[in-house]
Design a protein around this ligand. Structure first.
Ligand SMILES: Cc1cc2nc3c(=O)[nH]c(=O)nc-3n(C[C@H](O)[C@H](O)[C@H](O)COP(=O)(O)OP(=O)(O)OC[C@H]3O[C@@H](n4cnc5c(N)ncnc54)[C@H](O)[C@@H]3O)c2cc1C
Length: 258
């Protein structure tokens, strides 16, 4: 885990409420594993508000750079939009011991719901590099909210099958990204997902009924990000676990309440 001052390389509105920030953070870029995240200080050095860092998945890496896709939902993320190229901000990471395991010989079904697309994109990139047979089912409420669409269209040119879904049918197939799962899942497949809680709960049930190995990346509000404050615990078959430390990725069947 590194605590460093990262230079802002770019920070732009992508679409809907989503922005992409690219940071120079060499140590993190070179060590981050799919599923891991960073805690970002969204205030300037001489400010005290917002006090707590905010957690974000590392969506992609390129040399010394990491990119984060973030939805502007509150004070911290609003504050983050005011950083410009050349500014610096403090970040901590990579964080999370619970990462996505990759099985080169098993078909991977990756489900991305909304901004959860940034929680699985690094996984998809690694799968493409390793030539793992991969299908991505990426859904959002409408075309505008498919904010990583370009990124996923690019990766689809590297052998990954990507199917888009929108709730209103404005792009791709109409409906939730789990509606055609039976079309893609085979008994030895592995499911990976990041997205809204109802989507993850559906997948837990679906995978348990069919005995499909499934990994879910959880999103909980967290203050420290490295296991100290105990603010992000979930109930598992092996007791309470911290999303920031033992997670954020968990085997679906181990989760009891999340
Ligand atoms: C491991 C992890 C990875 C994440 N990765 C990303 C990412 O890549 N991109 C992204 O956009 N977001 C991600 N999130 C969620 C992100 O951390 C929150 O949206 C962010 O902290 C909100 O900060 P804020 O100050 O803007 O909002 P606040 O002012 O703190 O809250 C604004 C609203 O958002 C709600 N909210 C805040 N945090 C969360 C949360 N963690 N889960 C659900 N609702 C929340 C609040 O209840 C409130 O309604 C991730 C969260 C976790 C735990």
């Amino acid at each position: 885990m590194f605590e460093l001052t990262a230079e802002v390389v770019s920070n732009r509105s992508v679409s809907g409420i989503t922005w992409e920030i690219v940071l120079r953070a060499k140590e993190i870029a070179q060590t981050v594993k799919p599923g891991q995240f960073v805690m970002v200080e969204t205030r300037l050095e001489n400010e005290y508000d917002p006090l707590n860092r905010r957690p974000f998945a590392v969506a992609d890496t390129e040399g010394e750079l990491i990119s984060i896709y973030y939805d502007v939902v509150g004070r911290g993320t609003k504050r983050l939009t005011s950083f410009h190229r050349g500014d610096t901000l403090r970040i901590l990471g990579p964080l999370g011991d619970g990462v996505f395991p990759i099985y080169p010989d098993k078909r991977a079904i990756v489900i991305a719901g909304g901004i959860g697309s940034s929680g699985v994109s690094l996984l998809v990139k690694r799968m493409a590099e390793l030539k793992v047979e991969t299908v991505v089912l990426y859904g959002a409420r409408n075309k505008e909210f498919l904010s990583m669409r370009e990124w996923y269209e690019d990766i689809s040119r590297q052998g990954v099958e990507v199917v888009f879904y929108t709730d209103d049918g404005s792009f791709g197939r109409r409906g939730f990204p789990v509606k055609d799962l039976d079309e893609f899942v085979e008994p030895s497949a592995v499911i990976y997902a990041c997205g809204p809680k109802p989507l993850l709960k559906y997948l837990k049930k679906y995978s348990e009924e069919r005995n499909i190995e499934t990994y879910l990346s959880l999103d909980r509000r967290m203050a420290c990000g490295w296991g100290v404050c105990l603010g992000c615990v979930v109930k598992t078959g092996n007791g309470f676990k911290r999303v920031c430390k033992e997670g954020p990725v968990f085997l679906a069947k181990e989760l009891i309440d999340f």
